[in-house]
Design a protein around this ligand. Structure first.
Ligand code: BES
Ligand code: ZN
Length: 882
């Protein structure tokens, strides 16, 4: 473990490296338990270091086998090698070559960081600090070097040998059963982007001609027999490459781009230069094995990792505090790609739902941190919704404030100015200040202040003066380490909607201009007076979710229904229904807890009825309109003293009431959409399936026999995974014989396919019944389950904690105990996965007192455990901090 590292690490302590590495020559001889790594580093002092600097290289669990300097063995009194560090106290203060030999055991590497084995395949994962588990190195992103990698292995065991860059040599090792390949990557890169792969892999190949006419070979490597499931990933890759050329002017830069799919992977995927390594869950798809949501995710992740080639690889991060420089920006880019490829409104709603479900929750709890943190104990714990999703929102706000042309100019300047560098957030934002002439000083608070800003907006119409006044006040709540906050720059896109549904002209009485309908809030409180407003308007605020804020506005239920039906901003049509439903669910949750009756509300049902009757709506959007806020959404709105049982009951009752009241139109849509055309994963077809399945789900929420029978029939007759899973998911909430029959059938059908069995695990973990915890525990002993595979753990245990609010938060605390037991068992094997699982307990402080006490006790049990990993120790300490 990294006990020798000085932790915590602080942004203000950043110093440039004393030593630079110009080239790295790696010679890796693969062996299941004793892989020999010989690394030759061309080192040179980094000019600006004044005093003669020692050479300190990072390591993690390494053993040094040999060390030479400019070809001569280094006497042992001239260096100190420990598992975590190699120090040469007095190296020559001139360029020299250091050759380091280490031996590592990939089979024993259960952390899946560094060089490890996934099944019989050798692969690497180096971000953030995995390279130091392969060889001693200045393992920090501002040390960029040119890598040449020679890999050698048994021909039988590893016929395919891959590394970053272009293949420059390969052949047999004479007189042995081994062969080798040499790869050269001409682009200087940080060590976290290094990768190698060796094993038996099948490959699917295609070509792409870049905008300047260069031909690039595209290859996707997968387990043999899975080739037919790569078509969607390959198609997504080609579309992403074209999109980046068209929208950002970015062309691919090597002759070959490779993707390798492996079964054991801590994350979703990794953008190693020219050699992306993927969790196979995010590559493999066919209509029979993957749902529409899977197809959508694969497209987004393939694009995301590809887009890193410019935002992350060509321009990387100076240090890990700048993580959002690559991740937030690249998420923004993949979201824009999906919006252009699919439906912009539908994608935006999906992204905002995700942001609220994960980032808002993080921001409201003990793990809250700024988009650019100032301090970390374990960097792996900062690959968070805040860095990623809020980081993407911050980039989007720059675009909203500057407008699309200026934004593109700023991006062009960023690429031109910083290509080949390890950059900072300041440098990124400066590009936009330079092209627009705007002062973005106050805007930088988005990077440094944690917490979700809360905006209270009050509108008043003056018929006499024909004016409309909008008063807005902003506050940013306190977060750990940040008790008081400065006001932020908030780009608030707005419209004033007239009775005919059209936007009224936006003109400020003081003559100030409003560009693109965006008000830029900068003060704790301010007022905007609009002139020549001929009728009382309905305000449509934060259109398109232009800022990641919580908004409270004095809008009546009637006006919300009006916006739901008429707003020209599709996002706010959806938001209006959400707001109506949320208000009702909050009231009803409180009523149920107080032993009162839930309120029956015709208003929401009318609004949903109008949605179902609106023939102009695209089906995917209609499906989103029909999806009521989830239990976690309601808990987040309540924010304190949360009782998950009451929330569940209120929501279940409302879903049933909607299904009952709108049964006619829901059945009509279901039948209308029961097409027999062959399956196609395109967005429009997926939208029709989403709507049909949303109708089915609402109908079944009533438990009426005809709806349950319909779901059972759909389960049996489905010709694609989307419809089969949707039916099974609907059935899984109903304790009826149809459910167990369908679950048994599903396992029998797909027992051979781990990624599909994962869906079966997740569904069962989500059943909101008291028997679920025992079912989940029993499933951990199922032959298809394994604690060593992150996908299995996520599918069963993480899914239980995240998507089963009711049973995870059982009143007896057994849900917390189970998750904590799993964390403790997992921590010694795979700390990253353990720490992420433990994060599911981060909202414990908002629970009602009895559950809060039980959750705290469970967390304290983790805190008291001996020899926790740095990852898990960091999460538990912050989660419990007063
Ligand atoms: N660079 C990350 C992968 C990563 C994260 C490696 C943390 C090591 C530690 C990659 O670009 C990424 O962000 N992947 C995401 C998916 C993406 C679409 C947001 C992931 O793996 O979840
Ligand atoms: Zn990324």
């Amino acid at each position: 473990m990294r006990t020798e590292e000085a932790r915590p690490v602080r942004l203000e302590d950043y110093r440039p490296p004393d030593w630079l590495v110009e080239t790295v020559e790696l010679d890796v001889s693969l062996d299941p338990t004793a892989t020999r790594v010989r690394a030759t580093l061309a080192l040179k002092p980094n000019g600006n270091g004044a005093a003669p600097a020692p050479l300190v290289l990072d390591g993690d669990a390494l053993t040094l086998a040999a060390l030479t300097l400019d070809g001569a063995p280094l006497p042992s009194e001239q260096y100190v090698a420990t598992p975590g560090r190699l120090t040469i106290a007095q190296p020559p203060q001139r360029p020299f070559r250091l050759t380091i030999e280490t031996v590592v055991d990939p089979s024993a590497n259960t952390q899946l960081s560094g060089l490890y084995r996934s099944g019989a395949i050798y692969c690497t994962q180096c971000e953030a600090e995995g390279f130091r588990r392969i060889t001693y190195f200045p393992d920090r992103p501002d040390v960029m070097a040119v890598y040449t990698t020679r890999i050698e292995a048994e021909k039988d065991a590893a016929p395919v040998l891959l590394a970053n860059g272009n293949l420059v040599d390969s052949g047999d090792v004479p007189g042995t059963s081994r062969h080798f390949a040499v790869w050269h990557d001409p682009f200087p890169k940080p060590s976290y982007l290094f990768a190698l792969v060796g094993g038996t892999l099948a490959c699917v190949e295609d070509r792409f001609r870049t905008m300047s006419g260069r031909d690039v070979t595209l290859r996707i490597y997968v387990e043999r027999g899975k080739e037919a499931r790569c078509a969607h990933a390959m198609d997504s890759l080609k579309r992403a490459m074209r999109w980046d050329e068209t929208v950002f002017g970015r062309e691919y830069d090597l002759d070959i781009f490779m993707i390798v799919a492996v079964s054991d992977f801590n994350m979703g995927a990794m953008e190693n230069k020219g050699l992306n390594i993927f969790n196979d869950k995010y590559v493999l798809a066919s209509p029979e094995t993957a749902t529409d949501v899977d197809f959508d995710r694969i497209e987004a992740i393939i694009a995301h990792e590809y887009f890193h080639n410019w935002t992350g690889n060509r321009i990387t991060c100076r240090d890990w505090f700048q993580l959002c420089l690559k991740e937030g920006l690249t998420v923004f880019r993949d979201q824009e790609f999906s919006a252009d490829e699919r439906s912009r409104a539908v994608e935006r709603i999906g992204d905002v739902r995700g942001l609220r479900a994960h980032q808002f929750v993080e921001d409201a709890g003990p793990l809250a941190h700024p988009v650019r943190p100032r301090l970390y104990h374990e960097i792996n714990n900062f690959y968070t919704a805040t860095v990623y999703e809020k980081g993407a929102e911050v980039v989007r706000m720059i675009k909203t404030l500057l407008g699309p042309e200026s934004f593109r100019k700023g991006m062009d300047l960023y690429f031109a100015r910083h290509d080949g560098q390890a950059a900072t957030i300041e440098q990124f934002v400066q590009c936009f200040a330079d092209v627009s002439g705007r002062d973005l000083g106050q805007f930088m608070l988005w990077y440094s202040q944690a917490g979700t800003p809360e905006i209270v907006a009050t509108g008043n119409y003056d018929a006499r003066g024909r004016t409309y006044r909008l008063d807005v006040a902003q506050t940013v709540p306190a977060t750990p380490g940040q008790p008081s906050k400065e006001p932020m720059v908030i780009p608030l896109a707005i419209g004033l909607v007239g009775r005919d549904g059209r936007d009224l002209p936006l003109e400020l009485a003081d003559g100030r201009a409003i560009e693109r309908g965006v008000l830029a809030l900068t003060k704790p409180a301010e007022s905007f007076v609009f002139r020549d407003v001929g009728e009382p308007p309905v305000p449509s605020l934060n259109r398109g979710f232009s800022a990641p804020i919580k908004l409270v506005a004095n809008i009546s239920a009637d006006d919300l229904r009006f916006l739901a039906a008429r707003d020209s901003d599709a996002f706010n049509r959806w938001q209006a229904v959400q707001t109506l439903a949320t208000r009702l669910l909050l009231d009803n949750t409180a009523a149920l807890r107080a032993g009162r009756q839930a309120r029956k509300d015709a208003g929401l049902i009318d609004a949903l009825g109008a949605v179902l009757a609106d023939g102009a709506l695209e089906p995917a959007f209609m499906a989103l309109m029909l999806t009521l806020p989830g239990e976690a959404d309601i808990a987040r709105e309540i924010g304190r003293d949360v009782d998950p049982d009451a929330i569940f009951a209120a929501r279940a009752a409302l879903r049933s009431a909607v299904g009952e009241a709108l049964a006619g139109p829901l059945f009509d849509h279901y039948r209308r959409l029961s097409e027999s055309a062959p399956y196609s994963p395109d967005a429009a077809s997926a939208g029709r399936r989403a709507l049909r399945n949303a109708c089915l789900d609402l109908l079944a929420a009533t438990r009426r026999a005809d709806a349950v029978a319909l779901a059972a029939r759909q389960y049996r007759s489905a010709d694609n995974m989307t419809d089969r899973m949707a039916a099974l998911s609907t059935l899984s909430f109903i304790d009826a014989p149809e459910r167990s029959a369908a679950l048994d059938d599903f396992y029998a059908r797909y027992a051979d396919d781990p990624l599909i069995v994962d869906k079966w695990f997740s569904l069962q973990a989500a059943i909101p019944e008291p028997a679920t915890l025992d079912r989940v525990k029993a499933l951990t002993a199922h032959s298809a389950f394994s604690f060593s595979n992150p996908n299995r753990v996520r599918a069963l245990i993480h899914a239980f904690a995240l998507s089963n609010q009711k049973e995870f938060n059982r009143a007896d605390g057994a849900g917390y105990d189970f998750v904590v037991d799993t964390v403790l068992a997992l921590d010694p094997k795979n700390p990253q996965v353990a720490a992420r699982l433990l994060s599911s307990l981060k909202s414990w402080r908002v629970l009602e007192p009895a559950r809060r006490a039980l959750a705290e006790k469970a967390l304290q049990r983790v805190a008291a455990a001996s020899s926790l990993s740095p990852d898990t120790a960091d999460i538990v300490q912050r989660a419990l901090a007063k």
